[in-house]
Design a protein around this ligand. Structure first.
Ligand code: TGC
Ligand code: FAD
Length: 394
């Protein structure tokens, strides 16, 4: 029987007709960067738990650090351009995308949104250029899904604050020059929470690395230990108070993750289609077996639905705006399907599926973190449940 050339995912989804030339250009340049600069090293970086800091200048040059922000040396991309860039990065590795998400949405965005003009001028241009690396400290050893329960305290002291506490699971903290840290002021409740820019070199600030992760191994994860760190008042973000400050940053980052995760899913899909066309069992390529085709068809279907959802909400974000609940829908759906796709692809590769030689197990393990961070799958389910029923089930 004749064997045809396979239809590409891009052609199936046919999203290009809905994209501008600039959007396609950004996608192409990030895709090229990932293929040429990241993928040849991806397995080794994962195996050795290394983040490629040497690539930071090139990432900055593409305009993706704080890419969706306007002014202060940032590229001012629209949400589709930014989403496509993150998707291409995550087709390389979730750790690469995480680095960019944290820098842009969790470290630069709060300074851009809640900071004084002086703070913006001081930090943002250098962060966009990749000369200053930031991280975001919200989670604590005993407060992850429920950040309102944080124990970190900022005690008012003269014209500054003294910060004490421990933040856990902090992406990029081991390599960061500054940390946006959220703390309750004095003995206040969640309504007293403020954001502080804590700089490396401040006495009592340490960022020990978390070792032994089996996921996001190419992303440097650490703690932030604050031992009576004196932070001047001019390092406090003046324009927000309460948990909504930190949660506002998460809304930005979650949106990017919803796009990014589909990049990892696409990489798994492409790997598995080419493998299935070559791998022979019972006298023929496994691509010709109905059960394998069912899995491949379902993968493509879920990626297509996720892409269309992402595109819709990105356009909406740039026109009328989107709500945190809509962002939860996107994050939960796209990360959930990406993880299922990676697991299914792993199965199609058989024994080879557990080798780092193929990208699938790396993506699968990475997506386990993506499923948990930025609001676990359950947290987003309950956010949606609350919105749709009016009953808070937390
Ligand atoms: P709740 O009473 O619901 O809200 C407190 C205030 O915040 C407002 N708000 C939001 N604002 C902006 N964006 C959102 N997504 C918001 N969600 C809530 C809300 O309107 C309220 O404002 P106001 O003016 O009335 O004070 O707060 P709650 O304590 O009941 O918690 C709600 C819950 C559970 C949904 C929230 O705590 C939550 O999302 N938990 C998950 C925590 C989380 O996602 N952590 C992520 C840490 S960072 C990370 O993982 C980085 S990974 C690295 C990478 O990105 O690659
Ligand atoms: P918990 O909150 O203890 O949750 C444990 C389980 O209980 C989960 O399945 C959860 O869904 C479930 N659960 C909790 N509450 C409920 C409920 N009410 N109903 C039903 N189920 C519930 N944080 C940062 O601040 N900055 C970072 O840069 C950062 N980077 C990270 C990088 C990695 C690799 C990882 C793994 C995490 C990172 N995090 C970061 C932390 C991440 O956001 C938290 O792990 C996440 O929010 C979950 O918190 P937790 O791990 O404490 O789990």
């Amino acid at each position: 029987m004749a064997v045809n050339e396979p239809l590409s995912l891009d052609d199936l989804i046919a999203i290009d007709s809905l994209l501008s030339e600039e959007e396609k250009l950004i996608r192409a340049s990030v895709r090229r960067f990932v293929r040429e600069r990241y993928l040849p090293r991806s397995a080794e970086l994962f195996a050795k738990e290394q983040f490629p800091t040497d690539l930071i200048p090139m990432i900055a040059e593409m305009g993706i650090l704080g890419g969706s922000l306007k002014g202060y040396g940032c590229a001012g991309m629209n949400s589709v351009e930014y989403g496509l860039a993150l998707q291409e990065l995550e087709a390389g590795d979730s750790g690469l995308r995480s680095f960019v998400s944290v820098q842009g949405s969790l470290a630069m965005w709060p300074i851009w949104k809640y900071g004084s003009e002086e703070q913006k001028q001081r930090w943002l241009p250098k962060m966009a250029a990749g000369e200053i690396i930031g991280c975001f400290g919200l989670t604590e050893p005993d407060a992850g899904s429920d950040p309102a329960a944080m124990k970190t305290r900022a005690r008012k002291d003269g014209d500054g604050y003294v910060l004490t506490g421990t933040k856990m699971w902090i992406t990029s903290s081991p390599i960061a020059h500054l940390a946006v840290v959220w703390a309750k002021v004095d003995d206040g409740d969640a309504s007293s929470i403020r954001g502080f820019v804590v700089e490396r070199g401040m006495k009592g600030f340490e960022t020990p690395t978390v070792h032994g992760k089996m996921s996001l191994r190419a992303s440097p994860t650490g703690e932030i230990v604050l031992n009576e760190v004196r932070v001047p008042a001019e390092n406090m973000l003046p324009n927000v108070q309460g948990l909504k400050g930190a949660l506002g940053c998460l809304t930005q980052a979650r949106f990017g993750i919803a796009w990014g995760a589909l990049g990892a899913a696409r990489a798994c899909f492409e790997s598995v289609v080419s493998y299935a066309r070559e791998r022979v069992a019972f006298g023929g390529p496994i691509a010709a077996k109905q059960l394998v085709q069912q899995k491949i068809a379902e993968m493509a279907m879920e990626i297509a639905k996720g892409q269309i959802m992402g595109l819709h909400y990105a356009r909406l974000k740039d026109s009328t705006g989107i709500t945190p609940v809509q962002v939860s829908l996107c994050k939960k759906n796209n990360v959930g399907v990406a993880l299922e796709i990676a697991r299914s692809a792993r199965g199609i590769l058989g024994g080879n599926g557990i080798l780092l030689e193929y990208p699938v197990i790396r993506h699968m393990l990475n997506l386990e973190s993506v499923y948990t961070y930025e609001g676990t799958d359950e947290v987003h389910t309950l956010i949606l449940g609350n919105a749709l029923t009016g009953h808070n089930a937390f």
